[in-house]
Design a protein around this ligand. Structure first.
Ligand code: GDP
Length: 443
């Protein structure tokens, strides 16, 4: 799976990363090719559109980072958007509920439901040390319950004893009771499939859900069916409370579009993927790893990440230089406040700076939490360029204007100006001591 798409994309980005400079037209051309590649891989159209729109918007607004080519930057943006499209964080099966934790598998006939049920039971038993019971609710296919029993024997997992003539809801009631009485941690219900979605199937699934109150309801979908799988997720999602998707046959040579659109279209996380017929051919779905596999540009992504960290350090170094010279103006203060917000508030930053205890005390006294940081940035952004460079210009009437512009009071402006003065004085004093500040700010 993904090979064709992967080949196409690496072709596009190889070209792009080898060029020194990029024009807007180069980026647009590359995006057109990406768009074509995604559509050919059977990714849903609106997913493709929002993907390329986001990449373009980010690529235009992106600062070019030293030691990285624009093409490499674009690769990093595409990578990040791919990860996002696939769901960002990996989400595993949730076992946090009172046992027996009920899991319900739904999907069409032949999608791999029964196989996945026993794979999951096998994994929960061996890896997570859970006591698992499986029950087949498929009363339509004569051999279905027997198939699960045999699989259970192979996997060394208990199955609910077969009682002829019971309806799916009756079997559900019996299974829940048996799991409770037997002290099972997990009960996995393998529901009946159909060849296509019909009202009867949906009604039956909903009725079982009502009785079983599953903690996880997983849609098993065949990745090879492409867009059909995506529609399936939408349809089931309207009737039952899906908690996740299992994509099967990811080992096949499909185009991968289902995997790529599923999350975006259904809003449900892909939790697992089946990668073969064997009992252990079940893997967690990691959006970042899958994106890496599709893009095949791990080195470039790593390089850009490294360079971006360096840029932050460079900025800090430059500011330290300015502080040493006593040229710390309100623009610098604003930048600092922004940094502090990013780094988890004032407390977080200051605890990293040795010898700044005195300022910290003052700031603590000023009760400087994040909302205060934001307000102070608002004040500074309401000032003119001249005022930011030289706060002494701020007379009474200017202060009034700034207060009105930032929705604060003249008193707030006075506090900020005073804090800035104290910080600047202190930095100058420390700067004279053998460039101590350069050390403090990562230089
Ligand atoms: P169900 O009707 O939904 O219960 O489907 P089954 O579990 O009986 O699976 C149908 C067929 O698909 C079986 O031959 C399985 O071995 C096969 N199958 C299931 N999952 C996978 C998978 O991830 N990869 C491959 N290659 N085959 C699978």
């Amino acid at each position: 799976m993904f090979e064709t798409l992967s080949d196409r994309l690496s072709g596009i980005f190889d070209k792009l990363t080898r060029r020194g400079a990029l024009s807007e037209e180069d980026v647009s051309e590359a995006m057109r090719e990406v768009r074509r590649a995604l559509i050919e891989a059977d990714v849903a159209l609106d997913v493709v559109k929002s993907f390329t729109d986001r990449v373009k918007a980010k690529a235009v607004g992106q600062d070019v980072v030293k030691s990285v080519t624009p093409g490499q930057m674009v690769v990093k943006i595409v990578n990040d958007e791919l990860v996002r499209m696939l769901g960002s964080e990996a989400q595993g099966i949730d076992l946090a509920a009172t046992p027996p934790v009920v899991m319900m598998m739904v999907g069409l006939q032949g999608s791999g439901k029964t196989t996945t049920t026993s794979k999951l039971a096998h994994r929960l038993t061996t890896r997570d040390k859970q006591k698992v019971m499986m029950a087949s609710l498929d009363t339509r296919r004569p051999a279905a319950q027997e198939q699960l029993r045999v699989l259970g024997e192979q996997a060394n997992v208990a199955t609910l004893p077969i009682v002829e003539g019971q309806s799916p809801t009756e079997i559900t009631e019996r299974a829940v009771k048996a799991a409770r009485l037997g002290g099972f941690d997990v009960l996995i219900l393998d529901t009946a499939g159909r060849t296509h979605i019909d009202e009867e199937l949906m009604a039956e699934t909903a009725a079982i859900e009502k009785i079983a109150q599953p903690h996880e309801t997983l849609l098993v979908a065949d990745a090879l069916t492409g867009q059909d799988a995506v529609n399936l997720a939408k349809n089931f999602g309207e009737r039952v409370d899906l908690t996740g998707i299992v994509l099967t046959r990811v080992d096949g040579d499909g185009r991968g579009g289902a995997a790529l659109s599923m999350r975006a279209v259904s809003g449900k996380p892909i939790k697992l993927m089946g990668v073969g017929e064997k009992l252990d051919a079940l893997e967690d779905f990691h959006p970042d790893r899958i994106a890496g596999r599709i893009l095949g540009m791990g080195d470039v992504v790593g390089l850009v990440e490294k360079a971006m960290e360096t840029v932050e350090a460079d900025k800090a170094q430059k500011m330290a230089e300015r502080m040493k010279k006593g040229a710390f103006d309100l623009n610098d203060l604003s930048e600092q406040l922004g940094q502090m917000q990013k780094l988890g508030g004032m407390g977080g930053v200051l605890s990293m700076l040795p010898g700044i205890g005195k300022v910290k005390k003052q700031l603590d006294a000023a009760n400087l939490d994040d909302s205060v940081l934001k307000r102070q940035q608002a004040i500074i952004s309401s000032m003119t360029k001249g005022e930011r460079k030289n706060p002494k210009l701020l007379n009474a009437s200017r202060k009034k204007r700034v207060a009105a512009g930032s929705g604060t009071s003249v008193q707030d402006i006075n506090k900020l100006v005073k804090m800035h003065r104290q910080m600047a004085d202190m930095m100058k004093a420390m700067g004279k001591k053998r460039g101590a500040l350069a050390g403090l700010f990562g230089g």
